[in-house]
Design a protein around this ligand. Structure first.
Ligand SMILES: CC(C)(COP(=O)(O)OP(=O)(O)OC[C@H]1O[C@@H](n2cnc3c(N)ncnc32)[C@H](O)[C@@H]1OP(=O)(O)O)[C@@H](O)C(=O)NCCC(=O)NCCS
Length: 183
């Protein structure tokens, strides 16, 4: 049993702990983590918690990334679930909830770096055919994209190289601005 809600500053240490468990304490030097330099995209950080005791069981965050001036993009992740609670649908629920929130927030597309077998059921497909490339080494097939606005991917001219860059503009983000210091 779990419940999904928006992340608040009081969750930061629990989120860091889950990400340490899921990705290791050396994760921030890796390619995709270097794209997560600004604050979390407005309103796109969620927690799964235990409704009985409030324990944080899972976390998902999205980051605004720069893929060119005509298309707004978020990068899904990190996504991590407490090792003892995996396999109960928490990860999938966090992804579904997060994608819906991103759609509602008016974002055009969502990118992810992750296992294709996990993300294909959410509508993700290989990103390189759309011209996207990750600025650094990445496992083959891991960079994926899906539209959030219908037709957003069709609006992209194919084969034009679009390196994904960190979004540096700091946006007023209320509670989540504190995440920058933690990250
Ligand atoms: C990946 C992760 C978030 C999944 O969370 P979860 O709550 O266990 O996921 P769900 O219960 O919603 O889904 C479980 C399904 O995902 C599959 N799955 C779990 N991890 C997977 C992975 N790395 N690659 C592909 N499939 C995976 C399981 O085999 C299971 O499949 P099934 O339903 O067909 O049996 C969790 O395993 C985790 O925190 N891993 C460490 C961090 C990580 O790898 N994050 C994702 C980066 S791509």
């Amino acid at each position: 049993m779990f419940h999904i809600r928006a992340e608040v500053s009081a969750d930061i240490s629990a989120v860091e702990h889950l990400n340490d468990l899921g990705f290791g304490t050396d994760r921030k030097g890796r390619t995709v983590w270097r794209l997560r330099q600004g604050p979390v995209a407005d309103g796109l950080a969620f927690i799964a918690d235990d409704p009985m005791d409030g324990r944080v069981l899972g976390t998902i965050r999205f980051w605004q990334v720069d893929v060119g001036k005509d298309v707004s993009a978020v990068l899904l992740g990190p996504l991590a679930v407490c090792p003892t609670m995996q396999g109960q649908g928490i990860g999938r629920a966090l992804v579904s909830h997060g994608l819906q929130a991103a759609r509602d927030g008016g974002w055009d597309i969502c990118l992810v770096s992750g296992e294709p077998s996990y993300y294909t059921p959410f509508g993700f497909e290989a990103a390189p055919p759309y011209g996207f490339e990750m600025p650094g080494p990445l496992k083959a097939g891991w960079l994926q994209v899906r539209d959030l606005r219908v037709g957003a991917l069709d609006d992209l001219p194919r084969r034009a190289k679009r390196p994904i860059r960190p979004w540096r503009l700091v946006r007023g983000a209320g509670d989540v601005t504190a995440l920058r210091a933690a990250g």
